[in-house]
Design a protein around this ligand. Sequence first.
Ligand code: C2E
Ligand code: MG
Ligand code: MG
Length: 561
Amino acid sequence: MALRDIEKKRLMLYDFAMKQLESDELCSDKDRENIEELSDEFRIGKCEMRIFNNGRDEQSKQGRVLRFYDSGIADGRSRIRREVTEDGSLNAIYTYQKAGEPEWNEEEQLLIDEFNRLFFLNKIRIRMRRLLSDATFKDASTGMPNIRYATRNMAMLINQGRISEYAAILFNIRGMNDINSQVGQDMGTSIMVRYANMLGECLRRDELETIVRIGGDNFFIICKKDRVSHIAELLEGVIIPYGKSAGDRIVVSACAGIYMIGGDVKAVHEIMNAVSSTCNIAHFVYKVPVLYYDEKLIQLMHKARRVESDFENAVQDNEFHVFYQPKVSLKDYRLVGAEALCRWIKDDNVISPASFIPVLEKSKRICSLDFYMLENVCRDIRRWIDDGIKAVPVSVNFSRRHLNNADIVKDIIDVIDQYNVPHDLIEIEVTETSTESDFMQLKRMVVGLKEQGISTAVDDFGTGYSSLSMIKNLPFKVLKIDKSFLSKENANFKYDNIMMKHVIGMATELDMECIAEGVETMDNVKLLMNNKCYLAQGYLFDKPLIKMEFEKRMITSVYSI
Ligand code: C2E
Ligand code: MG
Ligand code: MG
């Protein structure tokens, strides 16, 4: 063999090795071309590789066969066969067969061996990198990309200053448990993946748009802002067929938080925080399929979380205080009663109930607060009586949350009796109810309290539902007309008058006492007097007062307006 030939082959091999190093594919068309050329030169008829994905493959030497070249003229006998092992484990076996032409000389065999090593080691490197990348960036059970993948893309977009062109969407599938129980766990998973893939089809990979599985039925999408409206439509619900019969269809929808990423975002975690808070609010607060990020919403949620987490300590540290708002007779402007209203005083700041009552009402915490208020009111009344102050009846607000407490009447009476407070000095205010079962429970409570000589009031009358049937069928003593019935503008005087006339007329006919809240002006007073409502509560007389101020009012007893 002429030296020139060997030199030429060596150079070809070098050239091939260089191209191989650039290659990032297991077997590209370019690879095949190069191998063809080299094989021709080296008189190779066939070359293949057997790779092993796991120990079992390796033991049985089965593995997956990758054929890189087959001229169809291999002589059938393995001429060169090598095993590639790394760290003691077998990774691959490669085989070269001759093309039926003259034998390879020693130097050629050495070069072919080098070729083998270069080629196969590079393939193994690519394969290992893929396995590693899959383990890092793919969800093991569905094969979809995972959150690390999206995180890497987002970090890239932030670095390139392009992140504000994108939106982030976090969603979970609504009623996944119901879907599973309807079609079975396996089919449920397959429906979930099909739904996610359907969303994935709207995305452009070349724009780094992607959908990833976070885990369970939670997914995350990063896409350009112009895609969002289309994706939001699919999140609202799509029909997915899953079986052979026409009826095997199921509506799959999501609960999603969408964040149109702002230009000031500097880190991926800011995006994840915004989108996961929005998704939580969509899920737990509004129960809507799609909710867009809004800074104010997030603040509200953080506030609510703080209220919940601070509550127990606040009770222990006596941060909740009873304020008393006088109730006044319009016949002689005498103070005739009060409503106990809660204030949370923390670090000298007075927090109004609007910021914490609705949060506490989401859980049983409101019940502890109401009993705390009742107990404090009873303690105050006891002291007034003991100090010789002529105590007036005080009403305490009780949330609807108490309605499923079967012992509510007993629990209330126990507190009142513990302080030996005359039952006619306590009144319980409840708001209207909407459901039939609430109504039955409420009836039990109102009737039970009445039997014990405790009167009840319908609070905020006119703002809720089923008002009429409720007051007709339950023995409430007092009807508190909501402040919205007293408008601040005189233009509405005629309309207010008509409303008042009917509400008060009805209450009187039902033998109920009527009191108006939110009385702020003399016009309001006139309106009430015209309609024969003689009890009022409102800023015209007093705002809710701290105990000491209220005690002074009880002693003076008469207002001069
Ligand atoms: P509510 O029971 O209807 O109480 C009347 C609300 O109207 C009070 O608001 C009172 O300060 C306000 N108000 C009184 N006079 C006027 C007026 O002339 N003009 C205007 N614009 N407002 C007036 P507050 O104290 O902020 O309480 C709001 C609501 O929070 C209460 O409405 C009640 O539903 C709830 N709440 C307060 N304390 C408690 C409590 O201890 N337990 C429960 N369950 N709810 C409470
Ligand atoms: Mg009230
Ligand atoms: Mg009210």
